[in-house]
Design a protein. Structure first.
Lengths: 224, 925
């Protein structure tokens, strides 16, 4: 049984948040996005443990067991010498704060695609709202945060799988295509390249490349 | 005033010039005007003020062999910003303190204004019922303007007077023939025509953004012919000009048809498959042979052909226009046995038509229409051979017998096979469906779940209809669905309102101004139509309910009212407790109101333009600057008003009431209902929702959003929509082709939404037969206005879209800027009138004073007053409308005959305002 969970996003309105449905190829995709969202969230102790034990690729493979297309998630682990504290500090250095010389690889899509980021965030937020979500008041991540965008994909795929009508299912399917095309695919390659150039922890380089490749493979699947 | 400085901080002339043309911000804007062009502009803002706008010219070429739409602009749009703070701009709420129309006002707060309006509405609901609150519909101002007042009216159960019955842009002849009137291709399809007939239109004045396609087609080898009484500005860009007597177009068209038939150069296959002309008719009754004439179990709308292969009568298919395995006859008479066992003689509609055409040989038509028979023959032969498009405007609907002209013009196209393929058809108005806007009225929540719920509901309703009528087309089902929604709606064809409440009874019953073929007084026909229930549920407020509150939003009835403002001011106004005008400028109607509420203009608010197919793009206007003074958008105004009405209703203990259908309503939560519990408070959210839902419905491209519009200025439609107006075009939308209407009918054989499921040239309704209009014919315009020598015509001006730019000082410097009547040299000389003289025009209806413009381009016997002058620009407010009786053609009261039934913005009685008889005299200075 697949259950989705959201951190950066909240259900807007009275839609059930705890629907359980049988695993299938669509929930598999939702599961992969769920794990990708976790990988790119601010890491806590549990995340550190998973990273050190090399469990992230494993979790992705588990989630992807019913995936309708082949995808190699590779292997990656965090060196055991990197403490949980350092792991989180590295996350903040790479993605959010920088090291005094700018942020090496900002984790916000609106900073990559050119144009006015505020307007892009508005557009993403409206996209969320149209599909029944709003950004979490507790988490307060901006809507163009990578983890939030993966959560949104997780939600859309789940809603497609759980849709009571073919029309609504079609809407959620098309939304995934559009969101991948207009948002994630438009900036993940550059994000991965920046991480590679920034002397980042190998686990993040792996994660960004995997994510960039996965969204492309997933779009191809969605469009097939 | 800022002192100009150069780049280096040194004062220079160059620096000053550069500074003048520098800006802080650029947004896209369009004007949401009734011209419906929605030309995209870039709007330049500096220090919070719009400093200028320029055409954006952003449309991509659709097809490499067809010119693009650019630049899409005219001088009215290019001078729009001048009106933001023009002298007639409304900036603050105001209340009348003198008599109505006296011109004495006091500025009041929004709260005071809304309180007063709300009290009037609540009192009206309490005393007379909600249908005593009457809204004048508009097509001005864009979708957010329309959505606001329609939502408010719908929530309280008020009446909205159908805009089409007010503005009469409705080509009844299109509806009579095709079962729909919205059938124009996108404007770039004009380039594909080999022959372009500029007929009843003047695109050089009124369609400036698109007129280039005509010139480009001409360069490409097309032949352009202008058919008009006057040598118009469009005649100048034509290869041939055919001067025609005003109002005689049906005779001219029928003469061309006669030539095509006589010379056997008509398209026989097209006529047989697309039209009712091969259908069988009882020769003695001139009524179609129907299924239930032959078999009591057969439907009344089953019609028949005579198959020449089997020499027998066969059923004409209901589900397709394709002609397969049968050779329907056009000519002949036969005998058939009917249900009662008797034998009757039948013939074809074609035979009736051929008989009619004998009255219109070119030689017989010449004395009527004034066109040389050789010219008629030459053009008929040209049309029969070539892809021909009629570029028609909205002029024919303004003629009493405009429907006859339109039916005859369409017959020309039918005989020559000229619709449903590139470069053909008739180019009037075409509405596309912006589904998001249509769905909006049903939405209670934001988001795709609600959209899917509604669309699933629509699908379910369509399935039910399909089950009941399995041989109906999607277009027919869509119309049926629309009509079912109307039963619970607010719309009312305004002819009844005008008749019962605005003093038209005497005028329309003046037999001398009506068609001589009328056998009974107008009132007999009207009462007959009402008694038979033809307009059941639509006559509101009925004769027993006095209108008490009249609300006009972004429209100007005192200027526009066919029949002049006297009917409104002298008959309607005294009945009204409150007249409320929501406007951005001090129009003539605002001047006659009790409360004036200032509205934001385009550039001061976000808006979408109506979805039309002329450019086939959705136009967007962004907010570039804050509204002037205290002006608000209509959405804000009606949201605030709905809150205020709820408050007042509670104070007055008048919360619960029954609406016109005796259904319970409540005003308790009106404010929340207006925004759907706060879901639709933010106008940006509403627009975003319309766009997203339209994407869901397939009308806009995937990925389109408000951001897309902000980036690109416009977005091309990808479909016609789910609803009837869009589906009327009956064609597939291709990304790399201009949109050509009616390809479904011609290429796929999809039936028309008419009684006979074919383009219908016989209307076998007894009223039409009595009027000798069952088959199209020519009739002279009735003697409207009395026995006077000059025929007054009109048309849209080059310098304003209706009255919207009348206060624009920049534009005023480009024309004479005072009311003019255009007279021929001959008529002017006979009356001792010289160019610029003040003249009086008069007839038995009324009079007006204005300046003469004397020209050789107008034919003797014709006078033109272009549309748009405000009544307050004339002495005693007596403008050209005062000489128009605004007559309604009684045949348009027919309903419940196949496709002749009320459709919003469609079939209904509309008033005529052109071809009025007048005299003109010089006024001694």
């Amino acid at each position: 049984m697949f259950v989705y969970s959201l951190d950066g996003l909240e259900i807007d309105g009275d839609l059930a948040n705890d629907i359980e449905i049988e695993d299938n190829e669509i929930t598999a995709r939702s599961g992969v996005y769920q794990v990708l969202g976790q990988i790119f969230s601010v890491p806590d102790g549990t995340d550190h443990e998973l990273a050190v034990e090399g469990k992230w690729p494993e979790k992705l493979r588990e989630a992807a067991s019913l995936l309708a297309f082949d995808f190699d998630f590779g292997v990656a682990a965090l060196a055991s010498s990197v403490s949980a504290e350092d792991y989180q500090a590295e996350y903040l250095r790479l993605f959010e704060i920088g090291d005094g010389d700018g942020c090496p690889a900002p984790i916000y899509g609106g900073l990559y695609t050119g144009g006015d980021r505020r307007k892009q965030m508005e557009e993403v937020a409206r996209f969320f709202e149209y599909f029944g979500l709003k950004t979490s008041k507790e988490d307060k991540r901006p809507p163009d945060h990578l983890a939030t965008e993966f959560e949104f994909m997780q939600y859309l795929a789940f809603k497609e799988a759980a849709s009571p009508s073919p029309r609504l299912g079609g809407s959620f399917h098309r939304a995934q295509e559009d969101f991948l095309e207009r948002q994630l695919i438009s900036w993940l390659d550059e994000f991965a390249a920046k991480l590679a150039a920034a002397d980042a922890l190998p686990v993040y380089i792996w994660a960004s490349r995997t994510a960039a490749e996965f969204v492309k493979a997933d779009l191809q699947y969605l469009q097939s | 005033m800022t002192k100009p400085t150069g780049d280096a901080g040194v004062d220079t002339v160059e620096g000053g010039y550069r500074d003048k043309w520098s800006w802080d911000q650029v947004t896209f804007g369009t004007h949401c005007l009734n011209c419906l062009a929605s030309c995209p502009y870039r709007v330049y803002v500096k220090d919070g003020e719009v400093i200028f706008e320029e055409p954006a010219a952003l449309f991509e070429q659709v097809n490499p062999n067809v010119p693009d739409m650019n630049p899409m602009a005219c001088q009215k749009g290019s001078a729009w910003s001048q009106q933001l703070d023009g002298p007639d701009r409304l900036k603050y709420p105001m209340r009348r303190v003198g008599e109505r129309g006296e011109g004495k006002w006091e500025r009041i707060s929004w709260d005071e204004a809304l309180q007063e309006v709300a009290e009037s509405i609540v009192e009206a609901i309490d005393m007379e019922g909600p249908e005593s609150v009457v809204f004048e519909e508009t097509v001005e101002g864009g979708l957010l303007t329309q959505a606001a007042y329609l939502r408010f009216a719908s929530l309280i159960g008020a009446v909205t007077l159908d805009a089409q019955g007010l503005i009469n842009d409705f080509p009844a002849g299109h509806h009579i023939t095709f079962g729909k009137f919205s059938c124009a291709s996108s404007q770039d399809d004009t380039f594909n025509a080999e022959v372009i007939l500029i007929w009843h239109s003047n695109p050089a004045y009124t369609s400036i953004p698109y007129a280039h396609f005509i010139t480009e087609a001409r360069y490409n080898g097309s032949s352009v012919v202008t058919i008009a009484p006057d040598y118009s500005a469009s005649a100048v860009i034509s290869d041939q000009y055919l001067p025609i007597k005003a109002g005689t177009d049906a005779a001219f068209a029928l003469a061309m048809c006669q030539v095509m038939v006589e010379e056997n150069i008509f398209n026989r296959d097209f006529v047989i498959s697309q039209t009712d002309l091969p259908l069988l008719v009882n020769t003695s009754t001139r009524r179609f042979l129907r299924g239930n004439d032959l078999d009591e179990d057969s439907p009344e709308d089953q019609f028949y052909w005579w198959d020449t292969d089997s020499d027998a009568m066969v059923e004409a298919p209901r589900v397709s226009l394709q002609v397969e395995g049968v050779s329907p006859a056009l000519e002949g008479t036969w005998t058939v046995k009917i249900l009662d066992g008797s034998e009757i003689e039948v013939t074809t509609v074609w035979e009736l038509m051929k008989t009619r055409l004998q009255d219109y040989t070119p030689e017989l038509a010449e004395p009527i229409c004034g066109v040389n028979p050789d010219s008629i023959r030459q053009l008929a032969r040209q049309i029969a051979e070539k892809r021909t498009k009629i570029v028609e405007g909205f002029n024919t609907p303004k003629y009493f017998h405009g429907d006859l002209m339109e039916r005859a013009m369409i017959l020309v196209l039918a005989l020559s096979g000229n619709w449903g393929r590139k470069g053909t058809g008739i180019q009037g108005l075409a509405l596309a469906g912006l589904d998001g806007y249509q769905i909006f009225g049903m939405k209670q929540e934001r988001g795709v779940n609600e959209t899917a719920r509604i669309m699933d509901g629509i699908d379910g309703a369509m399935d039910q209809l399909r089950e009941m009528s399995p041989d109906s087309t999607e277009e027919m089902l869509g119309t049926e669905l629309l009509l079912r929604g109307i039963a619970a709606g607010t719309a009312s064809p305004p002819a009844f309102f005008h008749y019962y409440h605005c003093g038209y009874e005497e005028t329309w019953n003046n037999a001398a101004w009506q068609d001589p073929a009328m056998k009974r007084p107008f009132d007999d026909y009207l009462q007959d139509a009402v008694r038979r229930g033809w307009w059941g549920g639509l006559v509101k407020p009925g004769p027993g309910t006095d209108p008490t509150v009249f609300i006009s939003v972004a429209t100007n009835p005192i200027r526009r009212q066919r029949g002049g403002s006297a009917g409104l001011l002298e008959t309607l106004w005294p009945k009204l407790e409150k007249i409320v005008v929501v406007e951005n400028r001090m129009s003539s109607t605002a001047l006659q109101a009790d409360i004036v509420l200032p509205a934001a203009m385009q550039y001061e608010r976000k808006n979408l333009q109506y979805a039309i197919t002329h450019s086939f793009n959705l136009g967007f206007s962004d907010k570039a600057v804050e509204p002037q003074g205290e002006a608000k958008t209509e959405w804000e105004i009606f949201h605030l008003l709905s809150q205020k009405v709820a408050e007042v209703a509670e104070e007055e203990d008048c919360v619960e009431y029954l609406d016109g259908r005796r259904q319970p309503r409540s005003l308790e939560a009106l404010g929340d209902q207006f925004t759907a519990q706060g879901n639709f408070e933010d106008e940006e959210v509403i627009i975003e929702e319309w766009i997203a839902d339209s994407v869901e419905a397939g009308t806009l491209p995937r990925g389109a959003s408000l951001t897309t519009l902000r980036e690109k200025g416009a977005v091309r439609f990808t479909g016609l929509g789910l609803f009837a107006p869009g589906l009327s075009l009956a064609t597939d939308v291709k990304p790399d082709e201009p949109v050509t209407a009616f390809t479904w009918h011609v290429e796929k054989g999809v039936p028309f939404p008419t009684l006979t499921r074919r383009a219908q040239f016989l209307i076998d309704h007894p009223w039409f037969a009595e009027a000798d209009e069952d088959i199209v014919r020519h009739k002279n315009p009735p003697q409207m206005g009395g026995d006077y020598p000059l025929l007054l015509t009109s048309g849209h001006s080059r310098w304003t879209v209706h009255a919207s730019a009348m206060g624009n000082k920049v534009l005023a410097e480009t024309h004479r800027a005072e009311p003019l009547i255009v007279l021929s040299l001959v008529d002017a000389k006979e009356r001792g009138i010289e160019d610029g003289d003040l003249v009086g025009m008069r007839n038995d209806r009324g009079s007006a004073k204005l300046r003469a413009k004397v020209t050789g381009r107008v034919r003797p016997g014709q006078a033109i007053v272009y549309n748009g002058w405000e009544p307050h620009m004339f002495e005693n407010w007596q403008g050209p409308n005062q000489v128009e009786p605004g007559m309604v053609k009684w045949l348009h009261l027919v309903s419940r005959y196949g496709h002749l039934r009320y459709v919003p913005f469609g079939w209904q009685p509309v008033p005529a305002d052109r071809a009025v008889y007048i005299e003109v005299e010089k006024i001694a200075s």
